[in-house]
Design a binder for this molecule. Structure first.
Ligand code: NAD
Ligand code: UGA
Length: 460
């Protein structure tokens, strides 16, 4: 069997690497139009940082896992084509700011139709609006050679960045949606099930109709993000009432009906998907004439935006209502630990707010590149005369970042931050020395003992 995947991003790369790793008898080719990305996948410096990924890729690459820019050849040879390209929020025209932009998906469908010489199973791996498979089928059928049959399946991905390899190795479930009403549809579902069954127990492989599968992905992300916005809303109430949000989360999470996961109050959720997928859900609800449902889910985003801006305002108000010219150390820039991904990271929004207030940012992140941070902050590294940006300094050493700072803001929950020598950091900072723990990961009692003024999310 030959598999091809269009899109070698955070999902396509790791997902296909795991399939190739677990199924040595299947040839897996990952194709992308981005040559730099493909070159990186073929090098020792993979474009995606994920714990354990290097090992998986090393075993399979060159054996039955290949990365290429020749998408047409890869599609032509494949029995199954996964589509794992981006589905960002539309920035133009109807639905701008909410609907998913499906132009990359449609381009893939047109490529598949153009080069296919025999039947293929097309798998939606990207996160898509419910009923996208209908459009895909139409484009495929209208553009392919006569007599060629395509079966479209939905197989959304549930991995989280930072734990992608473990999530792929041992997923809670694999979801496969297809045309359950036809023999050919059921056969296609069975073929994809047989791939995952090589390493995943059968009871974890769920099959549904196409629309349930497409919709379940959006709903799963909406429910997860909703929990974070719910606990973050309570964090604000805790700050007014002397309740402690971590204690409240622990107490409610002990109820097995609620459960303990995804109740960590924070500076706000980031990542490429929660916001875009909820906005997409909101758009769909509106499109299907359900404005009340749309408003309900939109509130998850509104609360998240408020949590991010509340954090920047707290920094400014605590630092005596001005951060003009003040150095603020930002620890962490990635949207969560163990990834180099910064898409929609809260650090970007808080950073931009502080730059607007004329602060000087000293940013330390163990994995995010300098270029990426400047890009996200919409700033250039040098001015017109080639002098370094005077408002932003990127510091590989966290102690250098904190030296001379008025405040230190923890933006990402990197484990390495917990082990830093905070006495040394305190000694290097201006006094009073403020810590704003946007992730509630530090030992606040110890910090206060050292002499820090500490602001934590959802705590007095
Ligand atoms: P990404 O931007 O990292 O990767 C997408 C890749 O597709 C890019 O490298 C791009 O060059 C490539 N591409 C675009 N058009 C192409 C074409 N015609 N042919 C071949 N390659 C093409 O995106 P991602 O994070 O991997 O997300 C992909 C999809 O998976 C999205 O729909 C996203 O919502 C979903 N998803 C993402 C995650 C995650 O953790 N990032 C998790 C689950 C689902
Ligand atoms: C999320 C989902 O967890 C995945 O199941 C899904 O496949 C993926 O989105 C997707 O569709 O892209 P991801 O965004 O990679 O995965 O990471 P999460 O662990 O979900 O974290 C998202 C954000 O929420 C991060 O900024 C994280 O710091 C924040 N978060 C998470 C909290 O603030 N509190 C929590 O309790 C949990």
């Amino acid at each position: 069997m030959k598999i091809c995947c269009l899109g070698a991003g955070y999902v396509g790369g790791p997902t296909m690497a795991m399939i190739a790793y677990q199924c040595p008898d299947i040839t897996v080719t990952v194709a992308d139009i981005n040559e730099t990305r493909i070159n990186a996948w073929n090098s020792d410096d993979l474009p995606v940082f994920e714990p354990g990924l290097d090992e998986v890729v090393k075993v399979a690459r060159g054996r039955n896992l290949f990365f290429t820019t020749d998408k047409m050849k890869a599609i032509k040879e494949a029995d199954i084509v996964f589509v794992s390209v981006g589905t960002p929020t539309k920035t133009y025209g109807a639905g701008a700011g909410k609907a998913a932009d499906l132009k990359y998906i449609e381009l893939c469908a047109r490529d598949i139709a153009e080069v296919s010489e025999g039947p293929k199973i097309i798998v939606e791996k990207s996160t898509l609006p419910v009923r996208t498979a209908q459009g895909l089928k139409t484009v495929l059928e209208a553009n392919s050679r006569p007599g060629i049959e395509f079966q479209v399946l939905s197989n959304p991905e549930f991995l989280a960045e930072g734990t992608a390899v473990e999530d792929l190795r041992n997923p809670d479930r694999v979801l496969i949606g297809g045309d359950e009403d036809s023999e050919a549809g059921r056969e296609a579902i069975a073929t994809l099930v047989s791939v995952y069954a090589k390493w995943i127990q059968p009871e974890r492989i769920i099959t549904t109709n196409l629309w349930s599968s497409e919709l379940s992905k959006l709903v799963a992300n909406a429910f997860l993000a909703q929990r974070i916005s719910s606990i973050n809303s309570i964090s604000a109430l805790c700050e007014r009432t002397e309740a402690n949000v971590d204690q409240v989360a622990f107490a409610i999470g002990k109820d097995s009906r609620i459960g303990p996961k995804f109740l960590k109050a924070s500076v706000g959720f980031g990542g490429s998907c929660f916001q875009k997928d909820i906005l997409n859900l909101v758009y769909l609800c509106g499109h299907f004439g359900l404005p009340e449902v749309a408003d309900y889910w939109e509130q998850v985003i509104i609360m998240n935006d408020w949590q991010k801006s509340r954090f920047s305002q707290k920094i400014v108000s605590t630092l005596f209502n001005t951060v003009n010219g003040k150095r603020i150390a930002m620890f962490g820039f990635a949207f969560k630990k163990d990834t180099n991904d910064t898409r929609e990271t809260a650090a970007m929004y808080v950073g931009r707010d502080l730059l607007d207030e004329q602060a000087v940012l000293a940013i330390h992140d163990p994995k995010v590149s300098t270029q990426q941070i400047f890009k996200d902050l919409k700033e250039s590294e040098t001015d017109a005369e080639g002098k370094p940006n005077s408002q932003i300094e990127i510091c590989p050493d966290p102690y250098v970042a904190a030296k001379g700072a008025h405040g230190l803001a923890v933006m990402t929950e990197w484990d390495s931050f917990k082990d830093l020598d905070f006495k040394r950091i305190y000694d290097g900072m201006l006094k009073p020395a403020f810590v704003f723990d946007g992730r509630n990961i530090l030992d606040h009692a110890k910090l206060r003992e050292i002499g820090f003024e500490v602001y934590a999310i959802g705590k007095k």
